[in-house]
Write a protein that binds this ligand. Structure first.
Ligand code: 5GP
Length: 120
């Protein structure tokens, strides 16, 4: 019986090319595509092709070590590919208070403008 953590999301349709997206990187494990509502000149989402219960980072288990590493490493590759040589930001929103809206883990890669800290 699939749990909520396995429930399909719109990202499955993007993975299966049932809805279009602008893919910037793809391999057998990971897909990276442009966010439909960009918060910076470069705003890319990096996701695992197989969710395996990883609806969010808070659901991570030891079996996810490899895919978690791949997501971050892909973010680095794509940052380089996008020319973000002066810096970039990685974000993982988790749960309602983290403003997560799609429950299929994803790394946001943001760049191309000055980021601010602690917000924006
Ligand atoms: P979250 O809020 O869960 O951290 O991020 C989900 C992201 O997915 C949002 O930034 C949102 O703009 C993006 N998004 C939602 N639906 C689509 C879609 O159909 N296509 C693309 N490319 N991005 C989407």
């Amino acid at each position: 019986i699939p749990s909520d953590a396995d429930a399909p999301t719109i990202f499955d349709k993007i993975i299966n090319k049932e809805i279009p997206s602008t893919v910037v990187y793809e391999d057998d494990k990971v897909l990276a595509f442009r966010d439909i509502t960009p918060q910076a000149p470069t705003h890319i989402l990096i996701i695992p092709k197989v969710k395996d219960g990883l609806s969010g980072l808070s659901k991570a288990e030891e079996r996810h070590f490899d895919i978690l590493g791949r997501l971050l490493y892909t973010a680095k590759l794509v940052a380089k590919q996008e020319g973000l040589d002066d810096g970039f930001r990685i974000v993982i929103n988790d749960g309602p208070k983290g403003c997560q809206s799609v429950y299929h883990i994803h790394v946001h890669l943001l760049g191309g403008r000055q980021m601010n800290w602690p917000a924006g």
